[in-house]
Design a protein around this ligand. Structure first.
Ligand SMILES: [Mg+2]
Length: 166
């Protein structure tokens, strides 16, 4: 049995998300993390490359919901005009944020994939909710202080083979 920290899939780049694979299997929704998944933690607005990646997901028929530990103000300003719903102050890895998203936006969690850059928040939280979890390589090497601490634990989990990136 794989560990509660194990992502179901690992992506080097968000643009490599196999949309056709998930569509064929009936997935309709994507839950996304913000900081270091679609931009740097100190970046004000989404950049053009990531804007296009998310616009493609939407064009392909996926609903995107952002679930972030960050504030409402930070998230709303970041997304520009992308039609993306969001939950702020999610307190991941606890499942409150995901539960709020699922209930408020009437999301079927069995048809949802959840993508984020952190094992200890995004992957653990999604796995505990029974949502298909995908770990993505961080957007950049800069992290907030709390994330920097988590990164040490993540590298330990990977080194010890508790989490396998494949
Ligand atoms: Mg993150």
């Amino acid at each position: 049995m794989s560990s509660i920290f194990q992502p179901r899939m690992y992506l080097e780049d968000l643009k490599d998300l196999p949309l056709a694979y998930f569509k064929e299997r009936g997935y309709t929704d994507i839950i996304l993390d913000l900081d270091n998944t679609i931009g740097a933690y100190d970046q004000k607005e989404i950049d053009d490359r990531y804007y296009d990646i998310l616009a493609t997901f939407i064009k392909e028929g996926f609903n995107i919901t952002l679930v972030s530990n960050n504030t409402e103000r930070r998230i709303a300003g970041f997304l520009k005009d992308l039609p993306i719903k969001h939950i702020s102050l999610a307190i991941k890895p606890f499942s409150f944020g995901y539960k709020r998203a699922v209930e408020r936006f009437d999301i079927d969690k069995d048809k949802t994939i959840s993508i984020g850059d952190q094992i200890l928040t995004d992957i653990l939280g999604s796995n505990m909710m029974g949502i298909y979890s995908i770990l993505v390589k961080p957007y950049c090497k800069r992290d907030s202080l709390s994330t920097r601490i988590n990164r040490h634990i993540e590298s330990f989990l990977i080194k010890k083979g508790v989490v396998k990136l494949k």
